[in-house]
Write a protein that binds this ligand. Structure first.
Ligand SMILES: [Fe+2]
Length: 238
């Protein structure tokens, strides 16, 4: 079994198209989506025009939850919410928080939270360190699946626990931060001879055009992040 894993598209249709084209050359059996699909000052409607018919198994991210909440204050979530069709909002509202596909467990942040980080501490300023082993391992307690998937932090990372289980964060398709690479990210996971392995991929795309979309939509703080991948998360949401 060989699958592609995407996460954190954040309404970046141009990045999504490039990633799906790259996945198209990977001979995969399917694609899994870890959420935060639309919230971003780019192309939320066009992103769902592509993703809803694709019908990838998908979990809900914190920003998917916010994008269908009338009371949301986050400007980026509101940008998406105000543009989505009612059908698209219903699709988002119907996403589950976690999901199991075959022997793979999918969540957005951690198994119990769509806002907590699992494999990174990126929101402590620009600190992108891996949390300690006990912290990472304890969040997998009771999950008897050999492959555990999470997103949310936009930082790609692979961990194998002492008992052999893997935790994979594919990074973000649509918005790169603090690593100095603007290219879109995704992962390939594969079970060979009963063992899971993972590979992290990056795909160049027309990020200058994506940055222009953000600028034109009045979100100047997104342009530098999209153009370079160096920006911190400060000021991008909220
Ligand atoms: Fe998220």
């Amino acid at each position: 079994m060989r699958l592609a894993v995407i996460s954190d598209v954040h309404g970046n249709r141009l990045a999504l198209e490039a990633v799906l084209e790259d996945i198209g050359r990977q001979s995969v059996d399917g694609t899994l989506n870890l959420g935060d699909v639309v919230s971003g000052p780019l192309a939320p409607v066009e992103t769902l025009d592509l993703l809803i018919p694709a019908n990838f198994p998908t979990v809900r991210g914190n920003h998917d939850r916010a994008a269908v909440d009338e009371k949301t204050k986050d400007k980026v979530d509101r940008f998406a919410r105000e543009r989505l069709t009612s059908t698209q909002r219903e699709w988002l509202a119907g996403l589950p928080a976690t999901r199991v596909v075959d022997e793979i467990f999918m969540c957005h942040g951690t198994p119990t939270s769509d806002t907590a980080p699992w494999l990174d501490n990126w929101w402590n300023g620009r600190d992108t360190t891996l949390p300690d082993e006990a912290s990472v391992t304890s969040k997998a307690d009771g999950l008897d699946f050999p492959m555990l998937l999470c997103g949310h932090t936009h930082i790609p990372r692979i961990v194998r626990l002492r008992d052999g289980r893997m935790i994979v964060n594919p990074g973000a398709v649509g918005l790169q931060i603090v690593r100095g690479l603007p290219d879109a990210r995704y992962a390939i996971i594969e079970r060979r001879n009963g063992r899971w392995q993972a590979a992290l991929h990056s795909v160049p795309y027309d990020f200058a055009a994506a940055a222009q979309q953000a600028q034109a939509n009045g979100f100047a703080q997104w342009t530098d992040a999209l153009m370079t991948g160096w920006a911190g998360p400060e000021g991008l949401f909220g």
